[in-house]
Write a protein that binds this ligand. Sequence first.
Ligand SMILES: *[C@@H]1O[C@H](CO)[C@@H](O)[C@H](O)[C@H]1NC(C)=O
Ligand SMILES: *[C@@H]1O[C@H](CO)[C@@H](O)[C@H](O)[C@H]1NC(C)=O
Ligand SMILES: *[C@@H]1O[C@H](CO)[C@@H](O)[C@H](O)[C@H]1NC(C)=O
Ligand SMILES: *[C@@H]1O[C@H](CO)[C@@H](O)[C@H](O)[C@H]1NC(C)=O
Ligand SMILES: *[C@@H]1O[C@H](CO)[C@@H](O)[C@H](O)[C@H]1NC(C)=O
Ligand SMILES: *[C@@H]1O[C@H](CO)[C@@H](O)[C@H](O)[C@H]1NC(C)=O
Length: 211
Amino acid sequence: MKFVPAGVVPFVALLLLQRRPVAGRALLVTGSGCPSHGLCRSNVQEQTRRQVAVLNATAQELFSLYLKCQGEPFSSESDKLCNPAGIFFPAFRVNRTSERKEVMVAMYKLFAFLNASLGNITRDQEELNPMAKELLERLHNTTKTTRGLISNLTCLLCKNYNIFQVDVRYGDSSRGKSAFKKKQQGCQVLRKYVQVIGQAARVLLPHLSPS
Ligand SMILES: *[C@@H]1O[C@H](CO)[C@@H](O)[C@H](O)[C@H]1NC(C)=O
Ligand SMILES: *[C@@H]1O[C@H](CO)[C@@H](O)[C@H](O)[C@H]1NC(C)=O
Ligand SMILES: *[C@@H]1O[C@H](CO)[C@@H](O)[C@H](O)[C@H]1NC(C)=O
Ligand SMILES: *[C@@H]1O[C@H](CO)[C@@H](O)[C@H](O)[C@H]1NC(C)=O
Ligand SMILES: *[C@@H]1O[C@H](CO)[C@@H](O)[C@H](O)[C@H]1NC(C)=O
Ligand SMILES: *[C@@H]1O[C@H](CO)[C@@H](O)[C@H](O)[C@H]1NC(C)=O
């Protein structure tokens, strides 16, 4: 894990890096530092807890519905086709004893990746399964919650640790792939997401407990 202290990388270079498709440095806030005020709402910690809990509670249903909507062979061979071993997914090695700052950074990487992946999955499903209304609605809901969570994590990272940029690695874009590959990539990502969000909830929630 690489922390980038303020001011080490020139701002212009950051913007260029951010456009690269696979590895990038996500700028949490615009500018070259954390704003001194106005970024955090008062109940940000509680909001963050709630958002992680909601994502954890809805992940399995999202995955099951996704699978159902892809038809065969996905519904019957999901174990084989959706095995996430071959895809990139952010490592999530923090645990309850990790420093809170480490947990927050790992969370940021996870949800920034998830947001980008959901963007691809939603675009693909709008094209491949335009009639799957409930699935599309769930994808939109999950994306919305994820973005709210990212903004709350951004605020916590800035406020508590003065971190305003984090190295984020993204997955492959599904653009231009075959329909089968798009469906497969989506199910690999969502299946892994179900596992990791459970772990994230276990690790993060105690760190955010009212103390
Ligand atoms: C928890 O994570 C820290 C690093 O954040 C690591 O050093 C430690 O060994 C881990 N503990 C367990 C029980 O996995
Ligand atoms: C989420 O992903 C979209 C692309 O689908 C991107 O435009 C947006 O900036 C991302 N938002 C955050 C908070 O990372
Ligand atoms: C698709 O994924 C790539 C790589 O993660 C990302 O750069 C791109 O913004 C995503 N596209 C959408 C529409 O979210
Ligand atoms: C989407 O979110 C809204 C508001 O939280 C909720 O009422 C609705 O049931 C959700 N839909 C799905 C499919 O999760
Ligand atoms: C935090 O999450 C809440 C609920 O989704 C959202 O209204 C708010 O804009 C988010 N961001 C901040 C910085 O509070
Ligand atoms: C995460 O969701 C699963 C499935 O709904 C649930 O069993 C588990 O208790 C949740 N974990 C946390 C920490 O809330």
